[in-house]
Design a protein around this ligand. Structure first.
Ligand code: MRU
Length: 362
């Protein structure tokens, strides 16, 4: 087991991994289902295909699916044949509804689509063709802003990371899950850039293995000391004093600070509390849903049984076995030491502090 701090060759600025690129009316998505063994870029020009790419996890991670959906909305808008603005806006709303239905838990998806629709409505005095052109720029703005947001989050969050630090993370809240740099992994990258000695323990994250396939891949590319563990090893390592803090991302944060994130996050938070280890969440303010009073109201996506019964083409479980596959769980706010955003850090009193961070940016 590798628990030594040995990140001397880490690429402090990051290697510039990005899951999405856009040029000439074509969105390219790095097919995250194929990583780490194959790096395949798929082309998208149609909003229905983008919705399918989100649903089937070609692209995943809350901010990244928001960015992809913004381009999907632009493709849908571009293909609407309407002369009258009201007609265009109605049909654009149907495009956005289709994209929003692709995955229910991450609020960044509907946040990005609402931003695109709000932008179109605010330009309703212009001819339809001009609204369409402006929507392409708005999708690009959403993508480009996301990396800047993550870098700001990293600057705030790295202050919480001790030096040296052995950090546990769950799922992939990295460059691959965002427009670039990452949320939880952005904080880790920023700590490395600040000269701290950081070693990461990455939960493999059953069933989709985002930790094993994606977090391990992108941190290794950046030269950050990373050790892969099975999900059920975290408690043992904590009990041996081998983890200093936990940092994860989020798919939706309710107004009271309850956090929906990848299934298994709640278990890690309970273990962290038992062992008095700080449990940090890093997420942009677009992940905070002030319309939901608490985490019990967050819709939890149920995914296909095959993600549990098979790995690729290999069958692990008997035919017809009963399976549940909730993709996310909810960690109660009382287990969360701090929530790190691009506008600052909330440490307790979440109902007040999260509203401040969302509404006044400070
Ligand atoms: O099902 P996924 O892979 O989309 O789940 C992703 C997560 O749970 C991430 O931790 C979360 O989206 C934060 S990403 C910055």
């Amino acid at each position: 087991m590798q628990t030594n701090i040995s990140n001397r060759c880490a690429t402090a600025g990051g290697t510039g991994i990005k899951p999405l690129r856009y040029a000439g009316g074509v969105l390219q998505m790095l097919d995250q289902r194929k990583l780490p063994t194959e790096e395949i870029w798929l082309d998208y020009r149609d909003y229905r295909e983008v919705a399918e790419g989100i649903q089937t996890m070609v692209v995943r991670g809350a901010p990244a699916i928001g960015c992809a959906a913004a381009f999907g909305a632009w493709f849908g808008a571009r293909d609407i044949e309407a002369e009258e603005t009201g007609d265009f806006l109605d049909r654009f709303a149907a495009v956005c509804d289709h994209l929003a239905a692709s995955r229910p838990t991450a609020v960044n998806l509907s946040w990005a689509l609402q931003r695109m629709q709000g932008f179109a409505r605010n330009h309703a005095d212009r001819p339809v063709e001009q609204i369409k052109i402006a929507l392409e720029y708005e999708a690009l703005a959403i993508l480009e802003e996301d990396e800047r947001i993550n870098r700001a989050m990293g600057r705030h969050g790295q202050e919480l990371i001790p030096d040296p630090a052995r950090i546990l993370t769950h799922c992939n809240a990295g460059a691959l899950a965002t427009g670039g740099y990452g949320t939880a992994l952005g904080v880790i990258r920023a700590a490395v850039a600040a000269g701290k000695q950081v070693a990461v323990l990455a939960d493999e994250t059953r069933p989709f293995l985002q930790g094993a396939r994606l977090t391990a891949w992108e941190l290794q590319r950046d030269g950050i000391d990373t050790t892969l563990i099975c999900d059920n090893m975290a408690g043992y390592l904590m009990s041996r004093g081998l983890i200093d803090c936990v940092i994860v991302g989020a798919d939706r944060i309710a107004a009271n600070g309850d956090v929906a994130n990848k299934i298994g996050t709640y278990t890690v938070a309970v273990l962290a509390r038992e062992h008095r280890i700080p449990f940090y969440v890093a997420a942009p303010v677009s992940t905070i849903d002030l319309s939901l009073a608490d985490g019990s109201l967050i819709p939890i996506e149920q995914r296909d049984r095959r993600e549990i019964t098979h790995i690729g083409d290999i069958q692990l479980a008997p035919d017809n076995i009963g399976v549940v596959n909730p993709a996310f769980d909810v960690t109660p706010a009382r287990l969360v030491t701090a929530i790190i955003t691009e506008h600052g850090i909330a440490t307790g009193n979440y109902p007040v502090r999260l509203a401040e961070l969302v509404n006044c940016g400070g």
